[in-house]
Design a protein around this ligand. Structure first.
Ligand SMILES: Cc1cc2nc3c(=O)[nH]c(=O)nc-3n(C[C@H](O)[C@H](O)[C@H](O)COP(=O)(O)OP(=O)(O)OC[C@H]3O[C@@H](n4cnc5c(N)ncnc54)[C@H](O)[C@@H]3O)c2cc1C
Length: 450
């Protein structure tokens, strides 16, 4: 096993977590990483803060450069190398190398960690300059350069998910007039609309013009550069368009090689991150996982998940044993001063799955009311009637609000009831929370409805 050659496709969170783990365990293992951009181990999550000018140097978003991997970790990282085909029968990958030449490399074990890409609908007038989606660091650098060189005055963000919202804030910070078009009734449709409404308001408060229940239909351009977007209700002038309409897994390479796909066209893997094809593994945004509340296949594209799955793949590829048990749908974000978090199932999902559930929403303070900096926090919590099992929570509030979701995420993962949550011995001092932590206040109120 130790002499087997490992080839990794994709040099970011999942791919490099795996490669680094293998190197730590097996100093002599032959590891080849193929990455089509110039960068490895970068924080895509940090891009909105770089574009917004809160972080000056793009280098601070790079945890480890290709040179560091080569020189310090003896990992053969080849940037500007794009894998264009996998042949599982002869265990080789075909690569378009940095000279644009097709070459082929053998593997004993292959890890696919190709990530995801922003969804870009095929609409009239598309494919013009000034329209960007964000995924890799290279894509973030392109946006930053465009803003610096072209100094756009008006931007439209299409899509009200967390990437769209973080980008809307970033553009406001660059003094650009920002409009946001969102198909749903409120932004953040991973929240229930009553909670999403609070986030919509937070965006209006920083000057973002919201066009809700509206859909992108076409782009208008002059000399190949975007000048406006057309929705089903109006034309919005725009020198810059950011697409935040969700992502699609980069699974085409796997599909073409006959590797089985699962939900959302993401690569199907088992708990150890093995695909259905011999000696081929996959991890990160390109794979499907399992939702631990429903037990159903699920797709999520998050850095936390990608890093863990990379570690699991790397552990199993270096003789160890580790599994990835799935997710409970936990996510967190911040739009200016407002923190947003969710875990478990939202009401729309509970209704679809025919759960008999109760929901409760409370509003309280993040700290003792008299303590400086106490801000509002709204917690919505759901649980199954009868059993009392916690099913999810959503939090919107000021500083200190969002990370409280981790208490609920832990409780949901453990299959705890609302009563169990009320019984938890959580910490208290005035600078941190009211005597009853807001999640326990929500749980106490919800208990009355079960
Ligand atoms: C703006 C933004 C903000 C985000 N914020 C957060 C956050 O706050 N919290 C969070 O948990 N997650 C966040 N994410 C998501 C997180 O960045 C991703 O989930 C994570 O990067 C996925 O890691 P990955 O390794 O699976 O894929 P990626 O990071 O996409 O890496 C895949 C790599 O594979 C390369 N590649 C693809 N195809 C090929 C090929 N054929 N040949 C060679 N190389 C190839 C790509 O160039 C890329 O470098 C954010 C993402 C974006 C875009």
């Amino acid at each position: 096993m130790a002499k087997e050659r490992i080839v990794v496709i994709g040099g970011d969170a999942a791919g490099m977590s795996a490669a680094s783990k293998i190197r730590r365990v097996e100093p002599n293992r032959d590891i080849l990483v193929l990455e089509r951009t110039d960068y490895t181990s970068y924080s895509a999550c940090g891009m909105p803060y770089y574009i917004g000018g809160m972080i000056d140097e793009v280098d601070s978003l790079i945890a480890r450069s290709p040179e560091v991997f080569r020189d310090k970790f003896a990992i053969d990282v080849r940037t500007r190398h794009e894998v264009v085909a996998i042949d599982p029968n002869i265990q080789r990958v075909t690569i378009l190398n940095d000279q644009q030449k097709a070459v082929s490399e053998p593997y004993d074990q292959l890890l696919i960690a190709t990530g995801a890409r922003p969804y870009c609908p095929d609409l009239p007038g598309g494919g013009v300059e000034g329209v960007f989606g964000l995924s890799t660091l290279a894509s973030g650098i392109r946006v930053q350069k465009f803003i610096k060189q072209e100094q756009p005055l008006k931007a439209v963000v299409v899509g009200g998910g967390y990437i769209g919202l973080e980008m809307a804030e970033a553009l406001v910070r660059q003094n650009i007039e920002v409009s946001l078009v969102q198909r749903g009734h409120e932004v953040m449709d991973t929240l229930d609309p009553d909670m999403g409404e609070l986030v919509s308001q937070a965006l209006r408060d920083i000057g973002v013009k919201l066009y809700l229940s509206e859909e992108l239909k076409a782009f208008e351009s002059t000399n190949g550069r975007v000048k406006a977007i057309i929705t089903d209700q109006r034309t919005l002038p725009s020198d810059l368009v950011i697409l935040g309409m969700g992502v699609r897994p980069n699974s085409e390479l796997a599909e073409a090689a006959g590797i089985e796909l699962g939900v959302y066209n993401a690569i199907k893997v088992d708990e150890r991150m093995r695909t259905g094809t011999e000696n081929i593994w996959a991890a990160g945004d390109c794979v499907a996982t399992v939702h631990r509340v429903t037990g159903q296949p699920f797709y999520v594209a998050l850095g936390t998940v990608a890093n863990k799955q990379g570690l699991v793949a790397g552990t199993n590829l270096s003789g160890g044993s580790m599994t990835f048990p799935g997710v409970v749908g936990t996510a967190v974000s911040k739009i200016c001063k407002v923190e947003v978090a969710r875990t478990g199932l939202q009401e729309k999902e509970l209704l679809e799955l025919d759960f008999d559930y109760a929901a409760e929403t409370i509003k309280t303070k993040t700290r003792a009311g008299y303590y400086p900096g106490a801000g509002t926090i709204t917690v919505k919590m759901t649980a199954e009637k009868g059993s009392g099992r916690l099913l999810g929570a959503q939090i919107v509030g000021m500083e200190g609000a969002a990370k409280r979701i981790d208490i609920v995420a832990t409780a949901v993962t453990a299959g705890m009831t609302v009563a169990n949550l009320v019984d938890l011995d959580l910490s208290y001092a005035p600078p941190f929370s009211p005597v009853w932590d807001p999640v326990q206040t929500a749980a106490r109120q919800l208990l009355k409805k079960l």
